[in-house]
Design a protein around this ligand. Structure first.
Ligand SMILES: [Zn+2]
Length: 226
C-alpha cells in the first residue's frame, strides 16, 4: 500500500498541476492557471476581486475542500499583501481571494523592520511571487495614535513606541495630518522595499512589481497610490 502511495506523491510533486489533475481524474487545469503570472496579471486579479468586494457581489473563490486539498502540498500565491493589523482590513476579504492565493504580512500601520522585511522577501525569493502590495487604510488607528503622541510629545508604553518611531518621517512630511500621513507612510514603505537589494534585483529583471495602495473603510475600494 505505502509503496504505491509514496511514488505517486513524488510524481505529483515533480510534474506540476496539469499532470496532477490528469492523474487524479480531475478536470484539466485551464491554460491561464498553468502559465506563470506576471506582476500586471496579479494586480489585475486583485483589482477584479476588490471590485467584487466593493459591489457586494463576492465569489469567495478557493474556499472549499477541493481547494484545501489542491494546495495542501504546494502553494503558488500570486501576491504578497503588506497591510495593517486592523480587523477591518483582512486582505483575503477585501480582494475576494481564498486559500493559497495571497501571502499576507500584517503589522501596525504596515510598518516594517528587518523581521517583517524578511517575511516580505519570502514570497518573491522562494515562491516567485510577482507582486507586492503595500496597503494603507483610511482612519488607521496606529497612525492616529502615533500622530497624537508625536504632537503631544508623549512616549507610548512598551514596544508601541517603536511604531511611533517608524511613523515619524511620515508625520513630519504630512505636517501631522493623519490621512496624508497614512498615504505618505504607505508610499514610504514602498520606497523602502524597492531599495531592498533582494527585491530590487527581481524588479530589475521584470519578475516583481511593488504597488502602494489605499483602502477606504467607507466604500471598500482599493485605490492605487504608486
Ligand atoms: Zn491601521
Amino acid at each position: 500500500m505505502t509503496a504505491k502511495i509514496v511514488p505517486r506523491r513524488a510524481i505529483l510533486r515533480t510534474t506540476g498541476l496539469l499532470t496532477a489533475g490528469l492523474l487524479l481524474g480531475a478536470p484539466a487545469v485551464p491554460a491561464s492557471a498553468t502559465r506563470r503570472r506576471t506582476p500586471d496579471d496579479a494586480w489585475a486579479q486583485l483589482r477584479q476581486g476588490n471590485r467584487r468586494w466593493v459591489s457586494g457581489e463576492v465569489l469567495h473563490p478557493h474556499q472549499d475542500l477541493a481547494r484545501r486539498a489542491e494546495v495542501a502540498e504546494k502553494q503558488e500565491p500570486y501576491a504578497t499583501v503588506v497591510s495593517c493589523i486592523d480587523s477591518r482590513v483582512p486582505p483575503e476579504m477585501v480582494f475576494d481571494a481564498g486559500l493559497g492565493d495571497l501571502l499576507t504580512v500584517r503589522s501596525a500601520a504596515q510598518t516594517i523592520d528587518p523581521l517583517v522585511s524578511g517575511a516580505i522577501e519570502y514570497g518573491p525569493a522562494e515562491l516567485d511571487v510577482p507582486l507586492i502590495v503595500v496597503l494603507g487604510h483610511q482612519r488607521c488607528g496606529a497612525v492616529s495614535a502615533a500622530a497624537h503622541a508625536l504632537s503631544e510629545g508623549e512616549r507610548l508604553p512598551g514596544s508601541l513606541q517603536d511604531i511611533v518611531k517608524a511613523l515619524r518621517p511620515a508625520y513630519k512630511r504630512a505636517g501631522g495630518k493623519v490621512d496624508k500621513m497614512i498615504r505618505l507612510n504607505t508610499t514610504g514603505v514602498v520606497a523602502e522595499l524597492k531599495a531592498n537589494r533582494l527585491l530590487a534585483r527581481r524588479i530589475a529583471r521584470g519578475q516583481l512589481k511593488i504597488v502602494g495602495a489605499y483602502y477606504s473603510l467607507d466604500t471598500g475600494l482599493v485605490t492605487r497610490l504608486v
